[in-house]
Design a protein around this ligand. Structure first.
Ligand SMILES: Nc1nc2c(c(=O)[nH]1)N[C@H]1C(S)=C(S)[C@@H](COP(=O)(O)O)O[C@H]1N2
Ligand SMILES: [Mo]
Length: 425
């Protein structure tokens, strides 16, 4: 479980160059007085005209039973992997289109190993057995009678961004890093269930199993189960979507996506990990020396600039606010630094409150684009002191044989026309 990248990337965080940042920010404040380019158009619906939609009644309730986004937002959708896979197994969140840190339920990424089971909640049960005083079987209504909590946490697939180990593939943040989403989850702390069942002192590991045809099964250490693990039945206020594990899912905040067992049906307590398929033939990390790391649970600190980002275009010189998200499976984000010169110099970004542990944290920084080509990067630092590594550093430590836990700094190239593309800088 020990991590090499921690050791190699904890160093070399130059103090942010504050004076330079302030100088840039005041230049930026002046530039903000310039009206946005869109107002220069002279359409019939623009001031001083009264727009057509003010002159007649609107349409009746568009979708009264369950609301939908404006039809003008029809391109803000999940996408299948690019390049297309023979057997697509996941969809990606349009990170660069989202303005807050919570992922709307219809845009939450998906990763299924045997598609989506359609489970009748009345016939779903959670069994807790093994090294317990009282084996228990919970119905959904029994679970929902227990004291509940709301917690905001991200889930990131361990294989997110894995193509980056070899070459820059996707164009957009969605294509490159979209196996990542963040929600407010509601459910019961797993520690409550384990106390109900009376976990025996010798129980050190839990086997957690899903009810899908993949019978997704992972071993979870007791410390995590008693710390912040939850069994959740709601996301962003409504019951889980079928794709997210309806009616019940395991939530292990900050741990690799795969361990967050959907359609959770069974928890067995034992003394040892089970070495299931998902922790032997997959979700282990092959290192350059031929050994494999196993049980690399926490997703390490990572960040990505979303505005501007791949596929977008800067159409004016002058002020732009850099926007992005940062996250760490080890706790809170303590700082995000931005470079506009391919990592030569760094300045501090502003973090958006609330900054929660193991949750997406939005960051912003003022930037004055002078119209010259440049490379934009962000790097996240978390409360353990971990610094998001450069790609070179990550690969020096881990090689390129592994396809999991890629968390290197993302580079966006900005050309003289304002076009933004994905590069390895
Ligand atoms: N039962 C079950 N749980 C599962 C999976 C699965 O296929 N079956 N996929 C796992 C993987 S690999 C990931 S990354 C996350 C994805 O969660 P999401 O589809 O809600 O985004 O669920 C995990 N839990
Ligand atoms: Mo995953």
């Amino acid at each position: 479980m020990d991590d090499k990248v921690d050791d190699v990337s904890r160093d070399d965080v130059p103090a942010p160059s504050r004076r330079k940042f302030l100088a840039q920010a005041s230049a930026a404040a002046g530039a903000m007085a310039v009206p946005p380019a869109a107002l220069a158009e002279n359409g019939a619906n623009l001031p001083p005209n009264v727009p057509e939609w003010s002159r007649t009644q609107g349409r009746p309730f568009l979708s009264p039973a369950y609301g939908l986004p404006s039809p003008f937002e029809k391109d803000v959708v999940r996408v299948l992997p690019n390049p297309p896979a023979a057997f697509p197994t996941g969809t990606r969140t349009p990170l660069q289109e989202l303005k807050g840190s919570i992922t709307p339920n219809g845009l939450f990424f998906e990763r299924h190993h045997a598609n989506v089971p359609m489970i009748d909640p009345r016939e779903h049960r959670l069994m807790v057995h093994g090294l317990v005083e009282r084996p228990l079987i919970f119905s959904m209504s029994e679970l929902m009678r227990l004291p509940a909590v709301n917690r905001i946490h991200f889930i990131e697939c361990a294989g997110n961004s894995s193509a980056e180990f070899t070459r820059p593939t996707g164009k957009t943040a969605q294509e490159v890093h979209g196996l990542l989403s963040n929600a407010e989850w509601t459910g019961v702390m797993l520690s409550v269930l384990l106390r109900e069942a009376g976990a025996r002192p010798e129980a050190r590991w839990l086997l957690c199993e899903g009810a899908d045809a993949a019978s997704m099964t992972r071993s979870v250490p007791m410390e995590k189960a008693m710390d912040d693990a939850m069994v959740v039945y709601a996301q962003n206020g409504e019951r889980l979507r079928p794709e997210q594990g309806y009616p019940l899912r395991l939530l292990l905040p900050g741990f690799e996506g795969n361990m967050n067992i959907k359609w959770l049906r069974r928890i067995k307590l034992g003394t040892q990990p089970w070495h299931t398929r998902e922790e032997t033939s997959t979700y282990t990390d092959l290192m350059p020396d031929g050994t494999a790391r196993q049980f690399t649970f926490a997703m390490e600190a990572k960040s990505c600039v979303l505005s501007p980002s791949g596929g977008q275009k800067l159409d004016v010189h002058g002020y732009h606010e850099i926007y992005g998200v940062a996250w760490s499976g080890r706790g809170r984000i303590t700082a995000v630094e931005i470079s506009t010169d391919a990592g030569k110099t760094w300045q501090r970004a502003r973090l958006q409150e609330p900054v929660l542990p193991r949750a997406l944290t939005a960051f912003r920084a003022d930037w004055h684009w002078d119209g010259k080509p440049c490379v934009l990067q962000s790097r996240a630092i978390d409360e353990t002191g971990f610094v998001q590594p450069t790609r070179a550093r990550l690969i020096a430590a881990r090689g390129t044989a592994s396809s999991y836990h890629y968390n290197a700094i993302q580079s966006w190239n900005i050309d003289a026309n304002g076009g933004v593309t994905h590069v390895h800088a």
